[in-house]
Design a binder for this molecule. Structure first.
Ligand SMILES: [Zn+2]
Length: 385
């Protein structure tokens, strides 16, 4: 494994471990993923700029930084993925399902990519388990639509406290709608993890914003210290435009697409654009798709790979969030089983019968920090995060 400190040059390479930098003092370990989608080069460029900068002007690091390259095969071809989306298959490590066969393909390319990434994570965790108290993960992406920068996070209090340090829009609870992400896998290991989306795939600003996010992340984590001028420069660089408040957003709706070849998003939607209910949004197999709810359009699909057509998000009030933080560690959990339609699933989960339980049930479980998924038409499963 490459090893370096602030006086040694960081060596870039095109293997799984792109580079690492180790400070003389111990401290947090920051682990960065770039190129999990092969058609998103901004993150790769940004981590390389950081390495070059650290080589040119060495800084004192407390702790370590690792940059891990994602889908090596897809990056070479400049495509999102080859056989399966590398950011949707991580659930296989938590279930007994055989994922060596995905989408009818035996041993898909992304299966071995995921094994390579998993192994690298495990090596880093093993190496530092005795010299750090904190591992922080971040996964860098870009979108097919035009967008300002934003952060995606699984809704845990630890993630929230880290994410709050960045003044960009923050999307909570992505794990309820998009399954099998690398972030969820890392969260399940018990570590903080943020997704940073920098903007459109080939917008030059996306590289600049990714780089700014990385400096701020290292600063906020305590691995290095930016001076006041640098800090405000980077903060300004990732800031969203005035129409998109840098608050929390929740996901109201998720349009899944069976066959992206047959899905055509109407042109002109930018991420976070406000939409009213019934706004025409897309065509699927010639059929017009209208917005089922009012809110803001989120991650409209303008490429022919991927199954998330679009989502609709909305701002969440600060009050609701503070209330939920307060309740998460409270005694109220013990009372949940007395709600109508609620039964105890396992030690960590409840089942909700929607034929009996009425409005607000999902909200109550969210408030208390549960992850809510649909088992079938009539049943929700609520897992304690
Ligand atoms: Zn991506």
């Amino acid at each position: 494994m490459l090893k370096t400190d602030t006086t040694k040059k960081i060596r870039l390479n095109t293997d799984r471990l792109r580079w690492s930098a180790e400070g003389k003092k111990s401290g947090p370990v920051v682990i960065l993923f770039v190129g999990i989608h092969g058609n998103e080069p901004a993150g790769l460029a940004a981590v390389d700029l950081i390495a070059e900068n650290l080589n040119r002007s060495p800084r004192e690091l407390s702790g370590s930084v690792y940059a891990i390259t994602g889908n090596l095969g897809a990056i070479k071809q400049g495509v999102r993925y080859i056989d399966a989306d590398l950011n949707r298959i991580w659930e296989m490590y938590n279930t007994r399902k055989d994922f060596s066969r995905i989408n009818g393909i035996t041993q898909p390319a992304e299966y071995s990519e995921s094994l390579g990434i998993k192994q690298t994570i495990e090596q880093i965790l093993a190496k530092h388990k005795n010299d750090t108290s904190e591992f922080i993960f971040a996964d860098l992406h870009t979108t097919s639509s035009q967008s300002c920068a934003f952060i995606l996070l699984n809704d845990t209090l630890a993630n929230r406290s880290l994410a709050r340090k960045f003044s960009v829009p923050q999307i909570l609870g992505i794990e309820e709608n998009i399954h099998g992400t690398l972030l969820s896998y890392v969260n399940n290991l018990g570590y903080k993890a943020l997704g940073f989306e920098a903007g459109a795939h080939h917008d030059r600003e996306s590289v600049k914003r990714s780089e700014a996010f990385l400096w701020l992340l290292m600063h906020n984590a305590g691995v290095l210290e930016l001076n006041a001028e640098e800090f405000s420069k980077f903060k300004k660089r990732i800031r969203a435009h005035a129409g998109v408040p840098d608050t929390y957003y929740e996901i109201l709706y998720h349009k899944l697409v069976e066959d992206p070849e047959k899905f055509e998003m109407m042109s002109g939607f930018e991420n976070f654009d406000r939409i009213e209910k019934d706004t025409p949004l897309a065509y699927e197999e010639g059929r017009l798709i209208k917005a089922p709810k009012s809110g803001r359009i989120f991650m409209p699909l303008y490429q022919k790979k991927g199954h998330d057509g679009f989502l609709i998000v909305n701002e969440v009030s600060e009050f609701w969030l503070e209330l939920s933080a307060y309740f998460r560690n409270s005694f109220v959990h013990a009372l949940l089983k007395y709600l109508p339609g609620v039964s105890v699933g396992s030690k960590q989960s409840f089942e909700v019968d929607l034929r009996i339980a009425r409005f607000l049930v999902k909200d109550i479980f969210h408030l208390l920090g549960y992850r809510v998924t649909e088992k079938d038409e009539y049943t929700l499963i609520c897992y304690k995060r």
